[in-house]
Write a protein that binds this ligand. Structure first.
Ligand code: ADP
Ligand code: ZN
Ligand code: ZN
Length: 799
């Protein structure tokens, strides 16, 4: 028997199946989807068994060295999905397979120096290595590389590669009954009226099944370790290591919730989803529901139906660690059936949550992007909330979009996929308009609360009227009014594309990173300027390097500065500030939100992280300080992103009984994305933006593909990009457009030049083939490390 294996070396030359002989003793046991360790050249590396066959066309096969899993960790469905992804995202098969597993399961190789076949007792290292070998690093701290190499050549030393799990399951020493219940009863009776504590412990195991940890038993029965131990030594109980889950939500109470009675609108929207669940047929739904229209309740009740059928559910939420309110809603409804996967968990915690899914101990997973690969085997629904979020696209290999993966899995399991958003991506809405997806609309809030009124303030006018503060008069008045009424305010500062740069007021010089061609950011705490791409740091200059003027200042607004100004103009206001600085510690995010939720602050001030998902009844005012900051990023989706963000932020106001109000401050108030967001008019925005997309040939009218090239030498970078563009122009059809080569919007990062070439096309059946040819052509230069080439068949980041 032989195993066909994908090895863990992401490179062009190794991106294929390798045959290995299965040692006889393992023949019964090896299955596709298991991890194995295989000899590969001089090393041992990890790999995935893809299939098992009777014979190989190659002679003299090496044998598998180790089996890492008792049961497959990837099902056949996930293996197939991996190969589909390989084609779709143009990545190595091993990268696709690895993307489906928690990071903790990736191989980690340790190297040990051991004695070889030829004995050399004279050697200086002999004593050190003789018995068990020494760690590679320890050896080299005593001896040179040269000595090591010579000894290896002479067969006096060898290097052993051990593949280790990065995170092992955590275990706890526990005890369980070593005897049947009737025998336990006899042992207890034998004790008569001696050893009452021991009898109590035995009684516990007569009444209960399973193992209990020492600690738990000691607490529960108020006994000592030695009392329990004595029962172990009498072989009435036995010790065992029990796996322990690191549960990030341990000890937290979730008030159980039950299904709400749906409104008529919700009822209409959920019916087709329930039908799809009942009929076991795949369909993709797009719920376009305004903020507060009760989408989440629809998700919860759809999942309920899926669970009744004994099936499983995946819910994707963007940056979920940032919305604890969302997790709470799922945990409250489905309790311990829910696993949570997000980036805020430690590596070990993620691994544990993943194992709960793998072992079928949970039926619902709520998670960020990669949770779309949850190893369920009987999926009944996949839900993607805030489907327009760009965080569903992975920006490293494999460059996949969670929406595509979800639909692929939905087809396999004949189950519905539900996309939900108040501001659907243009791509999804266009598909729904064409009938590819089924459109479900929820155009009113639950209980018909009015949408908040939005007013736009022209900041140029404010300046002309002599107001130099970052708060318009209107916003200031409203802030004061809310303080008096004891209502709360959310103040949103858009920081993307709007950072604190340093500029000379006399000559206009802007401090830039010497390596990255972007402006440096001022950090008040230590008075330095820092580059956000490469970490380069300089002291804040006392005079302008260009004109020697002393009028060099930082511009732009950070949350810290807003907070300072707030305390000046409204000293009585209690402010909670949420940004990367105040939320760095684990749990800080949730703590700050709770503080605000409990009414211990009047104003919640923050960046993107407070824009979505928050639901506080007492918030009646939302202020947006720089509504147009995102309009000027170099990205064809800039207007769409501005519209989405303003709509999301506005949705935080007046979600319950009190009506809400929003003030958007802007330097370009007449822009359609700002105007239409203020009117809550998605339809008009969609129509208007589609015109532009059509005119300039962008999605959803055209597909895009992007090739990014980077190298330390500018001429090399340009040269390679030119060759690629020329090759594509020659091979693609006349209807397709190849743009470039052009310098990327950020033309240099970490001393590497960056060029790109964009392809716009309608149909190009062989595009994947051509792109693969390009990868192949440059593979040598790439593996030598000088050249970097990334191909994205669905680009979202244009930088
Ligand atoms: P969305 O996800 O569309 O923003 P939510 O599901 O968060 O909307 O609903 C907004 C608010 O309305 C929440 O507080 C929710 O508990 C409440 N809600 C949702 N559906 C109902 C219903 N059928 N009856 C009463 N309240 C509801
Ligand atoms: Zn100057
Ligand atoms: Zn830099």
């Amino acid at each position: 028997m032989i195993a066909k294996v994908i090895v863990d070396v992401p490179a062009n030359q190794t991106d294929r199946l390798f045959d290995y002989a299965i040692p006889e003793e393992w023949e019964e046991m090896i299955e596709p989807g298991m991890r194995v360790v295989v000899p590969f050249g001089p090393r041992k590396i990890q790999g995935f068994v893809i299939s098992v066959a009777n014979e190989s066309e190659h002679a003299k096969l090496k044998e598998l060295s180790e089996v890492k899993d008792v049961t497959p960790i990837l099902t056949q469905e996930l293996l197939d999905l991996g190969f589909w992804l390989t084609e779709k995202a143009l990545c190595y098969a091993v990268s696709a397979l690895q993307a489906m597993l928690p990071a903790a399961m990736k191989a980690n190789v340790t190297k040990t120096v051991v004695l070889g076949n030829r004995v050399n007792e004279e050697a200086t290292w002999h004593r050190m290595v003789s018995s068990n070998g020494v760690k590679w690093d320890d050896f080299l701290s005593h001896f040179s590389h040269k000595e090591l190499n010579r000894a290896i050549k002479n067969d006096e030393l060898e290097v052993r590669y051990d593949v280790k799990e990065k995170t092992a399951p955590k275990t706890i020493l526990s005890v369980s009954a070593a005897l049947q219940k009737d025998e336990l009863q006899k042992e207890k009776e034998k004790m008569g009226n001696r050893a009452l504590k021991q009898q109590e412990i035995i009684a516990h195991f007569i009444e209960n099944e399973g193992a209990v940890s020492y600690k738990e038993l000691m607490d529960m029965l108020d006994t000592t370790r030695s009392t329990i131990k004595s029962l172990v030594s009498k072989e009435i109980l036995k010790e065992e290591e029990v796996e322990l889950y690191r549960d990030p939500y341990k000890g937290r109470e979730f008030t159980p919730s039950t299904a709400l009675e749906l409104t008529d609108l919700q009822e209409q929207a959920i019916t087709p989803i329930l039908t799809s669940i009942e009929d076991h047929h795949h369909e993709t739904f797009l719920i376009h529901g305004v903020t507060g229209s009760g989408k989440t309740e629809i998700y919860l009740q759809s999942i309920h139906r899926v669970l009744e059928q004994g099936k499983e559910a995946i819910v994707l939420v963007p940056e979920i660690s940032l919305t604890p309110q969302m997790v709470t809603r799922f945990k409250s409804r489905f309790g311990s059936e829910v696993a949570v996967l997000h980036s805020g968990l430690s590596r070990g915690e993620k691994y544990d949550e993943w194992r709960k899914i793998h072992r079928k101990e949970v039926k619902v997973v709520v998670g960020a992007r990669s949770a779309v690969f949850a190893p369920f085997t009987n999926l009944g629904i996949i839900i993607i909330d805030e489907e327009h979020e760009s965080s569903y696209k992975q920006e490293e290999n494999p460059r996949y979009h969670a929406r595509d993966v979800a639909i692929k899995r939905g087809e396999h399991y004949n189950c519905p996929v539900v996309l939900g958003s108040a501001t659907p991506s243009l791509e999804s809405y266009a598909r729904a308009s064409k009938g590819v997806y089924t459109l479900l609309e929820l155009l009113h809030r639950v209980n018909k609360q009015a949408m908040p009124t939005v007013s736009i303030v022209d900041m140029r006018e404010e300046l002309r009227a002599g107001n130099r503060s970052m708060f318009s008069n209107d916003l200031y008045d409203k802030l004061k009014d809310r303080l008096e009424k004891k209502e709360q305010t959310v103040l949103f500062l858009n920081r993307r594309g709007y950072s604190t740069f340093v500029m000379c007021r006399d000559c206009g010089y802007v401090a830039e990173c010497p390596h990255c061609d972007i402006s440096l950011t001022y950090h008040k705490i230590n008075g330095t300027m820092r580059c956000h791409y490469c970490g380069h740091e300089e002291r804040f200059p006392t005079q302008c390097p260009e004109c020697e003027s002393e009028h060099i200042r930082f511009f732009g607004t950070g949350t810290q500065r807003v907070e300072e100004e707030l305390t000046k103009i409204l000293p009585e206001a209690r402010v909670v500030r949420m940004d990367v600085d105040t939320t760095r510690r684990k749990g800080a995010h949730e703590k700050l939100l709770n503080q605000f939720g409990e009414g211990k602050a009047d104003i919640l001030l923050g960046t993107q992280m407070i824009a979505k998902g928050l639901d506080f009844p007492n918030v009646t005012l939302v202020g947006v300080l720089a509504g147009d900051a995102m309009l000027h990023i170099p990205d064809f989706r800039a207007s769409e992103k501005t519209f989405q963000l303003l709509t999301q932020v506005s949705g935080r106001a007046g979600r319950h009984l009190l009506p809400g109000e929003v003030i958007v401050q802007s330097y370009t108030p007449e822009h359609y994305s700002i105007e239409m967001a203020s009117e809550h008019d998605y339809q008009s925005f969609y129509q208007r933006e589609m015109v532009t997309r059509k005119q300039f040939g962008y999605p959803p009218f055209y597909f895009l593909a992007m090739v990014n090239v980077s190298h330390e030498e500018l001429t090399k970078t340009v040269d390679v990009t030119e060759k690629i563009a020329a090759y594509l122009k020659e091979h693609l059809s006349k209807q397709s457009v190849v743009l470039g080569p052009v310098a990327s919007p950020i033309p240099r990062i970490k001393d590497r030049y960056r060029y790109q070439c964009m392809i716009k096309y309608k149909t190009e059946p062989n595009l994947t083939h051509y792109l693969k040819e390009i990868q192949k052509h440059f593979s040598k230069e790439i593996s030598r490390g000088g050249l970097q080439l990334s191909i994205d068949t669905q680009p979202y980041m244009m930088m």
